[in-house]
Design a protein around this ligand. Structure first.
Ligand SMILES: Cc1cc2nc3c(=O)[nH]c(=O)nc-3n(C[C@H](O)[C@H](O)[C@H](O)COP(=O)(O)OP(=O)(O)OC[C@H]3O[C@@H](n4cnc5c(N)ncnc54)[C@H](O)[C@@H]3O)c2cc1C
Length: 334
């Protein structure tokens, strides 16, 4: 893990403390650092141990409020991920794929953001599905992408400390601006009972030659059926278990995921499971992106509750937080 993080060595008070090193914390910290602020991340888990590392991941607003701001954040992130897809080493690629449904339906509102989005013919969707769309979207190999984000943050002067924050008020007493990017753990830290985990389990197998992604609606045996190719491997999912806080992979669930995907893509039948991943989607009726004034000019901003769309909203939310901080504290701490 050496090179993945470095503890704060200067001893100087940063302008901004970002709590959390998942996709929300890292992206927010990058935007702040690249705007010229002195930023420290404090996180109990490093990027590869977060929910963010367990994501598929594809751009697409899933399990999240339908609102004007979500469309704005999604559009902003889509533009950035498209740019990153052209750069080696980011873990982002534009990939074509199909999203298939078991009942007829209308295209999602976000389809307007994707050029080339089209309805599939009946012969294009697998057995058991009756409708679907085909489109190209950014697909992210999350361990690689999180590594890219961390390098970009530290490369712009940011520092990362591994530590647990026990109280937001205590953290806010240390620095002028604190940004809370703690994902589902905000349920306990804030505390925020409106925030609940929706557990997701996925498995990694060797790629038998799959080049397109597939996302299928669940049925009686599966919450969702999805597969995302990442070069030599393919990530298969998945589950959506509301209220389940367990981070332990369940081997039976992994076998069920594999069987569900093999029913759609027979080349996966009998594949050896190379790894299992579990994450807790931070699901909330609305994303919490707002500021709290704590007196004495101190500011606490929340950026959590992105549900099944934390990657999809990441750059839009991070830019929004950065604008709010620069507007209220043009040069915090100085
Ligand atoms: C199986 C699965 C598939 C998914 N697929 C997609 C997808 O395809 N596209 C998409 O957009 N989204 C997807 N998501 C959702 C997405 O992964 C989440 O919305 C996103 O990862 C949340 O990121 P985060 O940074 O807010 O939280 P996290 O990744 O959970 O990071 C939280 C950070 O806060 C730290 N922290 C928490 N409490 C404290 C504390 N008290 N003190 C210090 N540090 C603390 C943690 O250690 C961690 O570093 C998926 C999720 C799962 C589980």
């Amino acid at each position: 893990m050496s090179g993945w993080y470095r503890a704060r060595v200067s001893g100087r008070e940063p302008d901004v403390l970002v709590i959390g090193a998942g996709v929300s914390g890292l992206t927010t910290a990058i935007c702040l650092a690249e705007a010229g602020l002195d930023v420290t991340i404090r996180a109990s888990r490093l990027p590869l141990e977060t929910t963010s590392a367990a994501a598929g991941a594809v751009w697409g607003p899933h399990l999240v409020e339908a609102s004007e701001r979500v469309t704005r954040w999604s559009r902003s992130t889509l533009a950035t991920l498209r740019d990153l897809a052209g750069q080696p080493g980011t873990g982002v690629r534009m990939v074509r794929g199909i999203e298939a449904w078991r009942a007829p339906g209308e295209p999602p509102g976000w389809s307007a953001l994707i050029s080339g989005f089209r309805r599939c013919g009946a012969a294009e969707v697998p057995d058991g599905f009756v409708a679907g769309w085909q489109y190209s979207a950014p697909v992210l190999n999350m361990p690689v992408y999180l590594g890219y984000l961390l390098d970009r943050f530290t490369g712009s002067g940011g520092e990362v400390a591994v530590a647990t924050v026990g109280s937001l008020a205590e953290a806010a007493a240390e620095v002028p601006v604190v940004v809370n990017c703690t994902g589902v753990q905000a349920h306990h830290l804030v505390p925020d009972p409106a925030l609940q985990p929706v557990r997701g389990q996925a498995v990694i197998v060797a790629n038998p030659g799959i080049s397109d992604f597939f996302i299928g609606a669940g049925d009686a045996t599966a919450d969702l059926v999805y597969m995302f190719p990442h070069g030599d491997t393919v990530l298969l999912g998945g589950t959506e278990e509301r209220g389940n806080w367990s981070l332990d992979p369940d081997p039976e669930t992994s076998q069920r995921i594999l069987a569900g995907c093999a029913a759609v893509e027979p080349r996966l039948a009998g594949a050896e499971i190379l790894a299992q991943r579990v994450g807790l989607r931070p699901v909330r009726p609305q994303v919490r992106l707002e500021a709290e004034h704590l007196g004495s000019g101190r500011l606490l901003l929340h950026n959590y509750g992105h549900s099944g769309a934390g990657v999809t909203l990441s750059w839009g939310c991070a830019r929004d937080i950065t604008e709010q901080i620069l507007r209220r504290h043009p040069s915090p701490g100085r």
